[in-house]
Design a protein around this ligand. Structure first.
Ligand code: MN
Length: 232
């Protein structure tokens, strides 16, 4: 189906734009994918292991992405967890590409946190149900400003997250089981990736419970830093 002119929409389409470092332009948010269990130490703390044969993905709605400095503490959870992750932003369409073709589609990167209602996720896992309500709620994917790094592959660099000044997660992108180019290639075999699409690349060990008023600071070497507060 072709897209009709704007005047034909029953209400204004919502396209969300994210800030890019040293730019006045905004990155239009498309589909958001997240890989699970991409660091062996985190897979282990979750009671599983990295699947060496295939990565697995879930998605968050575009509305989950936020650059708010003050994020309202989410409802319906008694066990909200942080997961610091390298986030990749795509600038062009690709389908069924090899890993060696992946980097040309990269627009840039950011530091992100995959906020997770761990209590709801555990219940969903036990019941064999989808993770959407535990992973895809409002503001569940805070990101830093996007660093434009077109065509560049990042597969090493320190990654860490602090809560109220205390280090909770500390690792290196080298420890990812599936590299960025491999993740893009894998996804592209199932889904046509488009400009605006975003991939969260998994978290290392050290996830822990967050509380209202907590201050979260995260950084990735050569990519940038992210800081936000959970407010009541
Ligand atoms: Mn995650």
């Amino acid at each position: 189906m072709t897209e009709l002119s704007k005047s034909h929409f029953v209400f204004k389409p919502i396209v969300r734009g994210m800030a890019i470092e040293e730019s006045e332009e905004l990155f239009p948010v498309g589909k958001v994918y997240c890989v699970g269990k991409n660091y062996a130490d985190h897979a282990k703390e979750m009671g599983g292991e990295v699947d060496k044969d295939q990565p697995f993905f879930f998605s968050k709605p575009p509305q989950a992405i936020t650059q708010l400095a003050n994020i309202p503490f989410p409802t319906q959870t008694d066990n909200l967890h942080h997961e610091v992750e390298l986030v990749v932003f795509l600038k062009s369409e690709c389908s069924n590409i090899s890993a060696s073709q992946a980097s040309q589609h990269i627009f840039g990167y950011a530091v992100g946190v995959d906020l997770t209602k761990r209590d709801l996720q555990v219940l969903a896992k036990e019941a064999g149900r989808p993770w959407d309500l535990s992973k895809g709620f409002d503001n569940s994917a805070p990101i830093s400003k996007i660093q434009k790094k077109e065509g560049l592959l990042f597969d090493q660099g320190k990654i860490l997250l602090k809560v109220n000044g205390q280090i909770k997660q500390s690792s290196n992108l080298l420890n990812m089981a599936w590299r960025v180019d491999e993740l893009i290639s894998w996804l592209s075999k199932f889904i046509t990736l488009k400009p605006g699409d975003i991939i969260f690349t998994g978290t290392p060990a050290g996830v822990s419970k967050l509380n209202p008023d907590d201050k979260i600071e995260a950084e990735i070497e050569n990519i940038g830093s992210l800081s936000f507060k959970l407010v009541r």
